[in-house]
Design a protein around this ligand. Sequence first.
Ligand SMILES: [Cu+2]
Length: 125
Amino acid sequence: MFFTAKYSPATLAVLFLALVVSFMLSPSSRATEMAHQSEHQHSGMNMNEIVDEVVVVGVIKRILPESNQLIVQHEPIPEWTMSAMQMKFNLADGLSATDFKPGQQIRARLKQEHMMTFTITQWLK
Ligand SMILES: [Cu+2]
């Protein structure tokens, strides 16, 4: 090894450490690290992210054939921090309120379209 002729092992060790530390502190590796952190925050539970569609379970209380809506007593919806309550749901095109009867148990995909507008988009088994 031609290095050993010029530098002692201790000097080489210091040079190697300096190289490793400068690589770790280089702007590019720091940027990569920060990008990773923000990715992790995105994949985790983020209260700022709006979940606009959930699975809802409940019991039909009334059907409103004229407006094609259902009055449903639904179970809690944790994604929306919504407790169990009775609500009026719209039905998406192709779904009919007259296919259902009061007292019937339902499980469906529910979409929040506006502040107080909730639409069932799909029946689930
Ligand atoms: Cu509700």
